[in-house]
Design a protein around this ligand. Sequence first.
Ligand SMILES: [Zn+2]
Length: 114
Amino acid sequence: MAKAAESSTRRHKLLREIEHLAEMAIFGTLSETYRTCGRPGCHCQKGGPKHGPHLNISYRGEKGKTTGYYVPKGAEEATREGIAAWQKLQDCLRELAELNKDRNLQRAREAESR
Ligand SMILES: [Zn+2]
């Protein structure tokens, strides 16, 4: 019985974390690009360092078409956190699914032994 109580505590913790992560999750792959600008005489035009990094997000949209967008400076931090949250969310969901499986099998065993 102790084990069931333990997994129920874990389940509630996971559900709370999933809710928190889901609120900030961003879907996509992050990439950083460096670009040249249009300013005449800028160092980037003369073999100097390019401007960046600029954040880009790409992802597979509906119908499997790859799409993406440029992330403005002001949204960079939230976007990086969002991407990390998405990854973490997958881990949490996987662990929750494992608990769900155990619970279902446990129930079936209990029903059989009745
Ligand atoms: Zn430049």
